[in-house]
Design a protein around this ligand. Structure first.
Ligand code: CTP
Ligand code: CA
Ligand code: CA
Length: 656
């Protein structure tokens, strides 16, 4: 750790921690010890959220050796999917097409994403990719690979035995730093290692023997309430301070080893730390002390809070006629329960107060992978479709390799193919045979077989969308047990064979991802769990799906579908539209929802070209640094930055 204790803390004059008249901490010895076990109800827990700045853009800058101050954007067909901070200064955002962006900033470097191309073994950066929208397919593999290196760097920068790291998306992680901070506290404040008075863990701790906390360059959330500010720092403040040093070191490791900058939020839970990482960007970290939580949250619309961006947020908005956190603080938990059901009501009530006991879960794993393409113009032959299936198979296989399929760590058990003709979606699924190593060719043959079954029906051409997915992941046993670990025995094998037969004979409109009985129960009960889904743009390994725009409109990966299991929650299938965060029930619903966006985009096309001139004028007149993503429906809006004067006052708390 870079900072020495002397530098960070000024210790109080020595007086016995338990001396009479001395104020005691609001925390107990039990609370302190709970930190060591990552206890989620520990009031001293410290969680960090790291989010890479303009991630795909940084990957391209590092790969191409582009200097940090040069404007660069990542292009997908005619649209932009990532914009670096220098380019944002020109008012360029995800809403821009390449042509529009070049008008705003003629020297903009626009690098097209890598694509899969028929006949080639692997994805590559093709200079003519943008002109080959009908025949290329986007590959996000370069970003996934970098994402893995970043994860490895983060893990390498933290003590092996005290770390808990959850990959939350392709460019985000949560860290539970409680155990590491606990160890650091005991080392720096030897008085904490003393047994509690009377050996009673519910005894309050002595106050920290510190006269000042030096938050260095961190952004501290403004309190607007002097009284709170002059309360002595307690152990929660000190714990956050130690955590902020750890996070600064982790960020330095990422920068030094990989050349990427990221922003971070440090707070008592995931909800707050996630909001914190987006508070100041790029290359900043924000600390939300417990005393600042309510003040911090009241600046946000609640729809910006994790899990409230989609359907649930909309429901709350409808029910109470407001989007403001402050407005809803006067709503009682009973009122929430009445309108939203017991679980959801309680959950919302807590969330608005910054209460969140969700676990940082290092066991998060991908449960399905999908590769898809929408065709504009549509395709009309088996040969054309088969060419795409070959690309999907290669795409999925390369991700399976990352998941450890070659080492038999994990292996999918089922494959699904969706085929869309006009308004009708047909799908077929089949088991992925066990007993032999899985390879690209096997995936392709299976997919082709599924396609043949669909093609055997009438009226399947032209096809406007094909999507291939694998799921039902099974943990293998890595090492010398080899492939036998995947062989089924006895009853299980029979059950699997029967399941396969019925699965193949299924009705064509059957959902590819049958909800489990468990999931159905959850949905019927209407509980909060159905809203607590993983959403991640361009998933950590989830899906790639690209849709062709008809008129050079901004494009992004529209359909992201994946299931993730975490230790803390039951597996839930999530179908989230990354454009508006809507949660839909099935891949088909997601597809029609996506189609709706597509139609709307076309409708807007003329309007966009008209209003673009106006926007340019507006951008020229505004001094906004471009930290936000104008026009992006799902893009998080950042609240106003804290006032400079107030912040300076926060940067040092002097007591003494
Ligand atoms: N992404 C995307 N489509 C979206 C949202 C995100 O393709 N609708 C990709 C972006 O290209 C991005 C990465 O996912 O680089 C991470 O997204 P996000 O963190 O939201 O944005 P960043 O580009 O990293 O920008 P920021 O600095 O604001 O985090
Ligand atoms: Ca990011
Ligand atoms: Ca992100």
């Amino acid at each position: 750790m870079s900072s020495s204790p002397q530098h960070t803390f000024r210790h109080r004059d020595s007086s016995p921690a338990g001396a009479p008249g001395r104020k005691r901490s609001q925390f107990t010895y039990r609370h302190l010890h709970q930190m060591a076990t990552f206890n989620t109800s520990c009031p001293l827990r410290v969680i960090a959220h790291l989010d890479l700045d303009c991630f795909y853009a940084q990957v391209e800058m590092v790969r191409l050796g582009v200097p940090e101050d040069k404007p660069l954007a990542v292009q997908q067909w005619q649209g932009l999917i990532a914009i670096n901070y220098p380019a944002r200064e020109f008012g360029i955002g995800r809403h821009c097409t390449v042509t529009e962006a070049k008008k705003l900033c003629p020297e903009l470097i626009h690098q097209h994403v890598a694509t899969w191309r028929e006949g080639l073994e692997k994805w590559a950066y093709h200079p003519d990719a943008a002109e080959n929208i009908a025949t290329d397919k986007v590959s996000l593999d370069p970003y996934r690979l970098e994402s893995r290196r970043i994860m490895a760097t983060i893990k390498g920068a933290l003590p092996h035995k005290l770390q808990k790291v959850e990959k939350a998306s392709i460019d985000e992680v949560f860290l539970d730093l409680s155990a590491q901070v606990h160890a650091a506290l005991l080392e720096r404040f030897p008085e904490l290692a003393n047994p509690p008075p009377y050996d009673d863990a519910s005894e309050q701790l002595p106050m920290p023997s510190i006269s000042a906390l030096d938050w260095q360059a961190d952004a501290l959330v403004d309190l607007h309430d002097e009284d709170w500010e002059f309360d002595d720092p307690d152990w929660d403040d000190v714990a956050l301070l130690v955590a902020s040093e750890i996070v600064r070191d982790v960020r330095a490791a990422i920068k030094n080893q990989l050349r990427y900058t990221c922003s971070a939020g440090i707070a008592r839970n995931k909800l707050l730390s996630k909001l914190g990482s987006g508070y100041k960007k790029p290359n900043m970290q924000t600390v939300i002390r417990n005393r600042a939580v309510q003040r911090f949250l009241s600046d946000f619309k609640f729809t910006k809070i994790r899990n409230l961006g989609g359907k649930l947020g909309e429901q709350v908005k409808q029910a109470f006629g407001t989007e403001s956190v402050s407005d809803l603080l006067s709503v009682s938990v009973e009122q929430f329960k009445l309108k939203l059901g017991d679980d959801t009501g309680v959950w919302i009530w807590n969330t608005l107060r910054g209460i969140d006991a969700s676990e940082v879960s290092s066991g998060t794993q991908i449960k399905s992978m999908l590769s898809a393409k929408s065709f504009r113009p549509s395709i009309s032959t088996m040969e054309q479709a088969a060419r795409w299936l070959r690309i999907f198979a290669a795409d999925i296989f390369s991700r399976l390799v990352e998941e450890g399929v070659l080492e038999n760590k994990r292996r999918p058990r089922t494959m699904n193919l969706h085929h869309r003709h006009e308004r009708q979606t047909r799908s077929r699924s089949s088991p992925i045979p066990l007993g032999r190593p899985l390879d690209e060719k096997t995936l392709f043959e299976l997919a082709k077989n599924l396609l043949s079954q669909i093609v055997a029906e009438n009226d399947v051409w032209p096809c406007v969308n094909l999507s291939l997915s694998v799921g039902g992941f099974e943990e293998g046993i890595s090492g010398n047990m080899g492939i036998d670990a995947f062989l089924l025995k006895g009853d299980e094998a029979r059950a699997h064979r029967d399941e396969s037969k019925t699965s193949l004979a299924q009705d064509s409109r059957r959902e590819a991802y049958q909800p489990t009985a468990k999931r159905r129960r959850m949905e019927n009960s209407g509980g909060i769990q159905r809203f607590l889904t993983k959403r991640e743009p361009s998933g950590a390994g989830g899906d790639t799906s690209d849709v062709m725009p008809a008129g050079g409109l901004p494009e992004e990966d529209l359909s992201h579908h994946q299931t993730i299991t975490t230790h803390e929650q039951t597996p839930i299938t999530s179908h989230v539209c990354v454009r508006c965060n809507a949660n839909v029930e099935s891949p088909e619903a997601l597809q029609s929802h996506t189609d709706w966006h597509f139609a709307k985009d076309l409708q807007e096309e003329e309007r966009v070209s008209q209003t673009f001139a106006n926007r340019q004028a507006a951008a020229a007149g505004s001094s906004r640094a471009g930290g936000q993503k104008p026009g992006a429906p799902a893009g998080p809006k950042r609240p106003g930055r804290p006032k400079k004067g107030a912040e300076r006052g926060q940067s040092k708390l002097s007591f003494g």
